[in-house]
Design a protein around this ligand. Structure first.
Ligand SMILES: [Zn+2]
Length: 437
């Protein structure tokens, strides 16, 4: 048996499981799975907490290009039209992040089986991962399992835990086989792109009426000053508004924030500032400092809409807030990662000003856990499983947001929580050395 002798250290498998929440991974651990793995990190997904934005963030250290859009059906800003979202035309081209995947080889977005028979689809994806792992000469293999997204949406936490227990057994067999056949240990980094809610999905309608009451024209193409495009997505609890006149973002945000299902709406009224509104009140986020080392300030204008009063008090008590009210992004993360809205300041700023999504919205809003927006969500819901659904994601809330990151190698000391864009930093050199598959 050779364990890294002759200069040959472990090989690495990066295995992404779509939509498996941190709480589900920890529940599986409490039931005996992955017990000999070092402690798990809670990964804070970007906002909106959806697949394409999540992987643009996870694979950012590997050099992944920004996502074109939030969801498969989207508003194409440069072309000024709604595009995508027809199941028959899914998957003509993979998303930018898929170029880093060794497996699966087929188009990800064509995988209707992920939502028809998700556990079967997930096992098939693991079969393909294993074939690729043993056929490949590469030192690092990157694999993706999409079936878990269907497991979480359709069957919920218990089914997710069952799948992880099965996966644990399977990975133990794989690592033993790897040592035997390849003469090298297999280091596995297991992670997900976002979380998922865990209660019966409810469908929210009536957003267009709220916008019309404010004098907007809800359209498919922006032509006049009152025009707003409000695309409906699938099973997600966030929404996006694209405006002809960005100066009206505040009015549009207030209009959708009146909806019972909406927890908050956010927009950037001027450079360097994000305003957040909800039925409870409003808040302002400001930030400064160099990219990657920003300081953030939270000004509660009533209602503590981001639920940051306690984290803020702890930061003040520790002397970590400067005279201008700013604290570092890392300090805010540590104090708020397990709060109702994990790390909301950095995530809202990145979502509304960053370049991780090409067709970026003027207003983003977050619905409560397991709400889904619009008629289309109801159609997709009935199409996949007679309308019976266990959860959604996309929102700023904890259930939708917290993904997980675990490595079966004690050499990787993971923090209790981390933003998803730093999780794979330590693997970037390995990936760069091998090039994309
Ligand atoms: Zn996903």
């Amino acid at each position: 048996m050779e364990t890294g002798g002759g200069g040959r250290g472990p090989r690495t498998l990066l295995l992404a499981l779509d939509a498996v929440p941190y709480r589900v991974f920890e529940e599986a651990r409490s039931q005996g799975a992955f017990v000999d793995w070092p402690p798990t990190s809670a990964l804070v997904a970007p906002f909106p907490s959806v697949t394409h934005v999540g992987f643009a963030s996870l694979f950012q250290p590997l050099g992944a290009a920004p996502s074109d859009h939030y969801e498969l059906r989207y508003f194409d800003v440069p072309a000024n039209r709604i595009a995508g979202g027809n199941p028959a035309s899914y998957g003509k081209e993979g998303p930018p992040w898929s170029e880093f995947l060794d497996s699966p080889h087929r188009s990800l977005t064509s995988e209707l089986s992920n939502y028809v028979s998700p556990a079967w689809a997930a096992r098939r994806e693991l079969d393909e991962m294993e074939r690729e792992l043993f056929a490949s000469e590469r030192d690092i293999v990157v694999a993706y399992v999409g079936g878990t997204d269907g497991i979480m949406h359709l069957f919920g936490d218990d089914a997710g835990v069952d799948f992880l227990k099965e996966l644990d057994e399977r990975l133990m067999t794989t690592t033993r086989r790897h040592l035997r056949e390849c003469g090298r240990p297999l280091r596995i980094a297991l992670f997900s792109d976002h979380g998922c809610g865990n209660c019966q999905v409810r469908h929210a309608n009536g957003f267009d009426d709220l916008l019309r009451k404010e004098g907007f024209r809800v359209v498919q193409r922006l032509e006049g000053p009152d025009d707003v495009v409000a695309p409906t997505f699938g099973l997600v609890n966030f929404g996006a508004l694209f405006l002809h006149d960005a100066d009206r973002a505040g009015e549009a945000a207030l209009a959708v924030a009146r909806h019972d299902a909406v927890e908050l709406a956010a927009y950037s009224p001027e450079p360097g500032v994000i305003d957040v509104v909800s039925s409870l009140g409003s808040a302002r986020i400001a930030w400064r400092g160099p990219a990657g080392a920003e300081l953030y300030a939270y000004e509660d204008r009533g209602g503590d809409v981001l639920q940051l009063s306690e984290p803020h008090s702890r930061l003040v008590a520790s002397g970590l807030v400067d005279d201008g009210g700013y604290a570092s992004g890392d300090d805010w993360l540590r104090e708020s990662a397990f709060g109702y809205f994990p790390d909301p300041l950095r995530r809202l700023v990145t979502a509304l000003t960053g370049d991780r999504v090409q067709s970026r919205a003027d207003v983003l809003f977050s619905l409560g856990p397991s709400w889904a927006r619009g008629l289309r969500s109801a159609v997709v819901g009935s199409w996949v499983r007679h309308g019976s659904l266990k959860g959604t994601h996309g929102g700023l809330d904890r259930d939708s947001t917290l993904a997980f990151f675990a490595v079966n190698d004690p050499a990787f000391a993971l923090p209790p929580a981390a933003p998803s864009h730093v999780a794979l930093l330590s693997f970037a050199q390995l990936v760069a050395a091998e090039g994309t598959p």
